[in-house]
Design a protein around this ligand. Structure first.
Ligand code: GLN
Length: 490
């Protein structure tokens, strides 16, 4: 059993708080102690403000003492990926470009968490500007997978996944543009959910590719993910893409769905060559579980999947090249000391401030948007995107959700396989189509294979997060694969 409060799921902590068996201050202190004890080995946090964290905890305890508790997340710590703004806290996107930058305001997700009473804390490591799948593109720190410290935690939200898996914080937020919540969740053995595009406001989150980016929860249990998703979802006058549809009470909805005989689609394109047989075998056991519940398992086809990675790396880089133009050494971030005129300020500040992967993507994205190549690449990629979405929507006439792998491999070694750029791009094959189609999807742990975490992905209809959470919860109730009790870092 977990011995520290920081290692417990949020729902358990909420019950302890309710029953007066602990305080928000004790929980916050336990997180700080655990970070001090193990994060030297893991490297999940870029930093945190202990004074601010404890102050929020004391405020939560004061609210509780006067009967003004704000809800189930009141007094529960939620740590933030370093691309999500929290007023007066640093935000670097793990880039030298933003070293020293302090957020002047809260992101909408941060504001909503504060309104729910959550203790918003910490800056979690990530791939620079969320570009990558191993967290090795961080300009500042290597993050190690708590399940095997010789391996990558995945990325780009590797700090968020590792922090939750290592019991440093019960909850964290990440962002997912092409898989960056789900893949690190899978590699670290925690639950990670990318909501429907527009379910969660992007206001105050540093933009990578605006038509794909979504923030979402990383948690130790499905119920915890449901609580956190509920708190951050909903309309936002500051983000025109944030949807006004009502936000269901995801956590309370979990039990109501129990044992539903869902129609489960298994797309054969997601089981093609390149999938590690150990991952395929893990997915087979999950298929067998849903069959045992009485679900109908249907083979389906998503033929445009083959073109998803290519389309993504055109659309995402095109949007990134535009979004990152604001980092010009004048308005934001790093300014080169060597620059002598305006053109130099722009060129040298960017040359010094950005890392190799970010530069590679800005160059590629600028290229596909140039007048000579716009039609050949960008416009065609947008057409492929429509085909991918159409494939999914057609299949959803016959099934309630899809069951697939998250990553074709188990966690890769740090420094070795994990820094092969092309292999990393191809490793996003099962998560990227979901972002291109704007759909919700959840990554759920399903035990271990060769001593490493295994996971499956459920992909749902637009705005049908509730079904995914319920189906994932059924699996979790029947197995105990989630990271309740992570092994201490070796
Ligand atoms: N690995 C993908 C990329 O490098 C996805 C990143 C993300 O979701 N932020 O672009």
């Amino acid at each position: 059993m977990p011995d520290s409060l920081s290692q417990k799921p949020a729902t358990e902590l909420a019950a302890l708080l309710r029953n007066g068996q602990t305080s928000a201050r004790e929980i916050a202190q336990s997180c700080i102690e655990r970070v001090n004890a193990v994060d030297g080995t893991i490297g999940a946090f870029l930093g945190f403000d202990a004074g601010d964290f404890l102050k929020q905890a004391d405020e939560a305890d004061a609210r509780r003492a006067t009967g003004k508790t704000l809800g189930p997340l009141d007094g529960i710590p939620v740590a933030l990926k370093d691309n999500i703004s929290a007023k007066d806290q640093p935000l670097t996107c793990a880039s030298k470009m933003l070293k020293g930058y302090v957020s002047p305001y809260d992101a909408t997700v941060t504001r909503k968490l504060r309104e729910a009473g959550a203790l918003v804390w910490g800056r979690l490591n990530m791939d620079e500007f969320a570009m990558g799948a191993s967290t090795e593109n961080s300009a500042f720190l290597k993050t190690h997978n708590p399940r095997d410290v010789t391996r990558s935690p995945g990325g780009s939200s590797g700090g968020s996944a590792a922090a939750v898996a290592a019991g440093l914080t019960p909850l964290a937020l990440g962002t997912d543009t092409g898989g960056s919540i789900r893949q690190p969740a899978a590699w670290c053995g925690v639950v990670g959910m990318k909501p429907t595009y527009g379910r969660v406001s992007r206001y105050g989150i540093a933009a990578f590719a605006s038509s794909l980016d979504q923030a979402g929860p990383l948690a130790r249990t499905v119920a915890d993910a449901a609580l956190l998703l509920h708190a951050i979802s909903g309309a936002d006058p500051r983000d025109g893409t944030a949807l006004a549809n009502p936000v269901p009470d995801y956590a309370n909805g979990l039990a109501g769905h129990r044992g539903k005989p869902w129609r489960v689609g298994v797309p054969h394109e997601f089981f093609a060559t390149g999938l590690d047989p150990a991952v395929a075998a893990a997915i087979e056991t999950v298929i067998a579980f849903y069959r045992s519940l009485g679900c109908e398992i249907k083979q389906v086809s998503l033929p445009a999947t083959a073109h998803a990675v290519a389309a993504y790396y055109i659309i995402a880089t095109a949007e990134a090249s535009s979004n990152l133009a604001r980092y010009d050494g004048i308005r934001y971030g790093h300014r080169s000391a060597a620059a002598s005129d305006a053109v130099d300020i722009y060129a040298l500040s960017r040359a010094e401030g950005f890392g190799d992967e970010v530069k590679r993507r800005i160059i590629l994205g600028t290229y596909v948007l140039t007048s000579g190549y716009y039609d050949a690449y960008y416009v065609r990629a947008q057409k492929v995107r429509t085909l991918i979405r159409d494939d999914f929507l057609r299949v959803f006439n016959d099934v309630d959700f899809l069951l697939t792998p998250v990553s074709p491999t188990l966690p890769l070694k740090l420094g070795g396989e994990a820094d092969n750029v092309l292999a990393q791009y191809l490793g996003d094959i099962y998560t990227i189509p979901v972002n291109l189609a704007g759909l919700p999807a959840i990554s759920v742990p399903c035990g271990s294979t060769r001593g490493l975490p295994a996971a499956f992905q459920l992909i749902g209809k637009p705005l049908d997060e509730a079904t995914l959470l319920a189906a994932a919860h059924s699996f979790e109730e029947a197995h105990s694969c989630t990271a309740h009790d992570p092994a201490d870092a070796k």
